[in-house]
Design a protein around this ligand. Sequence first.
Ligand SMILES: Cc1cc2nc3c(=O)[nH]c(=O)nc-3n(C[C@H](O)[C@H](O)[C@H](O)COP(=O)(O)OP(=O)(O)OC[C@H]3O[C@@H](n4cnc5c(N)ncnc54)[C@H](O)[C@@H]3O)c2cc1C
Length: 602
Amino acid sequence: MSNHTLQMHYIAPLKEMQFVMHKLANLENILQLPTFAKTDVDLDTSSAILAEAAKFNQEIVSPLNWIGDQQPSTLQHDKVTTPPGFKEAYHQYSAAGWQGIIHPRQFGGQNLPRLLNSACQEMVNSANLSFALCPLLTDGAIEALLIAASPLLQEQFLPKLVSGQWSGTMNLTEPGAGSDLANVRTRALRQNDQSYKIFGTKIYITYGEHDLTENIIHLVLARASDAPEGVKGLSLFVVPKFLINPDQTIGERNDVYCLSIEHKLGIKASPTAVLQFGDHGGATGYLVGNENRGLEYMFIMMNAARFAVGVQGIAIAQRSYQQAVSFAKERHQSKDLGGSDGPVSIIHHPDIKRLLMTMRAYTEGARSLAYFGASIKDQVSENTSLKNVSEYQSLYEYLVPIIKGFSTEMSLEVTSLGIQVHGGMGFIEDTGVAQYYRDARILTIYEGTTAIQANDLLGRKTIRDSGAITQVIIQQIIMTEIDLEKNSSTAAQSMLSNLRLARKSYEGVLNFILKEHQQQLKNVFAGSVPYLQLAGITLAGWQMARALIIAQKNMPDDPDFYTAKITTARFFAEHLLTKVPAIAKSILEGGMSANNLHIEQF
Ligand SMILES: Cc1cc2nc3c(=O)[nH]c(=O)nc-3n(C[C@H](O)[C@H](O)[C@H](O)COP(=O)(O)OP(=O)(O)OC[C@H]3O[C@@H](n4cnc5c(N)ncnc54)[C@H](O)[C@@H]3O)c2cc1C
């Protein structure tokens, strides 16, 4: 058995991805927006791109997942060696142009929609979360440079980052500065030639040192000499591992060195580095944008990175689900409740089906919400009406902490259920399912913990606009309820009643937040993570409701696929949306009990 499961590699769920992209997130319309129309990518080419991504990730990246877990990256002196096969796979990844697919053509990218990229991101992350982190962080560095760097810096760094020839890192965290970046102590001293010398220690830096690329471009948050205290005094710097000569060739070694890499619970192949800047006279850095605006740039960039981590959650949940289904079809235990001669495969037992349906419904719901979010982002720059631009942008910014928080939290539940389906075999490392659980565990922590996503959702995205964008979403859910009212099928009616209850709970919580935050701020914030959870389930359920309606309309085209979609949507309504009123009750009534013990009583 263990041999079988070890050899079970990832199969990309292309049909499901295509359904979400085409039917729920309207890829066809997005490809016709002026910026994407110029790329000459139509529905056929986008399908070909997805098929190619599936092939590459299934055949090249996925087989390295287990190897990376068993033979993690290692450090000798200040050099990190990645697991066997990673270097070759990474070179193929960059040579094929995957790093650049959403980035501007001006810098060698392909400028394709984020919607299409979401599916590509999902595939590489399902195949191998540790491997995928290198391109994910490079995307973050590219975004930061696109947002604010001077044309000179962009010219110097972007083409090689976009091609994947160099990789990027994000250096925020320090021993005293994690969730709260106000405590960043890394210093930046202005030099006469407009460069800076950087001094300090950064910890937990993903792919901070490795052997996949010839240069590593660190984006570093630091404080210039006369900067104000707190987050308002943070600036952003580019600090390359190797300096660049005027003719663009690789120059001398910069003063940034890897002191150690961490031993971790999961994502073991991804090197997590402690980086020391400036122990030998100062690391040369170049200011991105203006001094003291570093956090502002980081926040814009973080929307992309947080979205990408949300997709990591969906990706690992999908992989765990696939393996659980395969195991459940093979493992024989106990007779069928309906009667059988001997033991049947465990997928016949109602509780195993319930576990698999929970995994499937969470994953499909979260995917639908994330791809929908990507399609909103694709439309931001393309709407000529100003009102629409800011409304789309606000909607996207509202969705990002939900996509990050909900998809990653659900991935912990799904990967845990994946172990449960395997019984004892799930607890034994050889099957590989324990790795998914261990790998998923970081997702609710990095790029801002779930609590930090929830604070963002509640504070910046809900209270600050007095619930305006939440109301826009609620109105859209009501439109879907109206569509469901016209549909008399049992599945649609079940969805309608549960979606309506969830939406009303969501509205009730919104009113509570808006009314009570001034009088009882701490009690309202005790409900911040439950609010994120409630919003995540309701919005994913809303997307599943839309999927159900579309599936019924398209039934003759593919009865097998669409009946499964309708049943999964109905399961989402009856097993997951039904949690929402209980979560709402805990928010409305539970703030006091969460807060009232004195510190000494713990
Ligand atoms: C494997 C790995 C890779 C990483 N990669 C990178 C990277 O590439 N670059 C980088 O800069 N950093 C990276 N990090 C750091 C990561 O982003 C931080 O660990 C994370 O932001 C949390 O910070 P912390 O560990 O200091 O926890 P703390 O901030 O100390 O948080 C501890 C607990 O307190 C809670 N908490 C803190 N503040 C609040 C609040 N205001 N309200 C409610 N709860 C709160 C948190 O939710 C958490 O549960 C990585 C970390 C790991 C483990």
